[in-house]
Design a protein around this ligand. Structure first.
Ligand code: AR6
Length: 170
């Protein structure tokens, strides 16, 4: 059974098979973690993204990692929280994790790192987003060597410490 880790840091620095990008449906870049990933990967990432013709909310698409230490980037589009009923937003966010993990499996990837999808600009409540991320990762532990949830802010990391101290790595 693979390991689940929760760390605080910048996902662009991680050396794993794939990092997941919290993108928007254009897949042509943006702010937040999306901006950081494009900046670190270099312009070839945007060039490959242009060939993908966008991505629907809850779905995922894979590209190479270019200048990133990670071999691949899995781009997924989280729900804008307030555009949906809570149950609908939850189902869409679950699909982001599920579809990202499915793509990783299909590509034979064994280590993957997620940011807290939708919990920045898209407004998903952070505690709920952490729970959904960790509980979904738990369902796939047999298929991966390591799954990491990368939290950027002290606040989110504090929430994770309260709920999931067993997975925290400082
Ligand atoms: N490493 C890890 N996590 C990060 C990093 C980083 N380098 N930078 C930010 N975060 P957001 P969303 C955290 O807003 O809510 C973009 O413009 C951040 O603190 O990046 O899904 C896209 O193009 C937060 O906890 O993504 C879309 O338009 C989490 O990543 C839109 O934002 C997600 O915040 C997507 O919004």
């Amino acid at each position: 059974m693979g390991k689940i880790k929760i760390i605080k840091g910048d996902i662009t620095t991680l050396d794993c098979d794939a990092i997941v990008n919290a993108a928007n449906s254009s897949l042509l870049g943006g702010g937040g973690v999306d901006g950081a990933i494009h900046w670190a990967a270099g312009p070839e990432l945007l060039a490959e993204c242009r060939t993908l013709h966008g991505c629907r909310t809850g779905e995922a698409k894979i590209t190479k990692g270019y200048k990133l230490p990670a071999k691949f980037v899995i781009h997924t589009v989280g729900p804008v929280y307030f555009e949906h009923k809570p149950a609908e937003a939850e189902a869409l966010l679950t699909s982001c994790y599920e579809n990202s993990l499915t793509l990783a499996k299909e590509n034979g990837l064994k280590t993957i790192a997620f940011p807290l999808i939708s919990a920045g600009v898209y407004g998903y409540p952070q505690r709920d987003a952490i729970k959904l991320a960790v509980e979904t990762m738990k369902l796939h532990q047999d298929d991966f060597d390591e799954m990491t949830l990368v939290l950027f802010g002290e606040r989110e990391f504090g929430f994770a410490k309260e709920e999931y101290s067993e997975f925290i790595q400082e």
